[in-house]
Design a protein. Sequence first.
Length: 143
Amino acid sequence: MTSTIRRPLYWAPTILVSIAFVASGIANLTRAEHVASDMAHLGYPEHFMVLLGTWKILGAAAILAPRAPRLEEWAYAGMIFDLTGAAFARASLGDGAMMVSIPLAIASLVLMSWSLRPPSRRLAGRPFELGEDALVGAKPKGA
């Protein structure tokens, strides 16, 4: 895929995810009534909104920040944990397919953004693999 095509395919979901996380993060931090009601319905304590809102905004900033690939990886992982946890919590309470599918749809945008990152936004080296190098204390080949 050429960079002319890949660039907008990367930035479109990245911007949408960032907007979603900043907006919901602000709603958490300001304890918006509908968000506080949802959090109570899901069984989360009110003080959890401050922590979640802060992490959401920082996560959105991290996936937009240039030259921070490790931080970006952690942010993407946190977003997936947040969104799949939200879907699971909703499904566990029987909230219905629509309420479960919304966080999963946003999670698919997160995965799209992550998978389409340009090389400059990726960690250097090979993709993760288990093997001898994964052992604690093992030295990388050629070291």
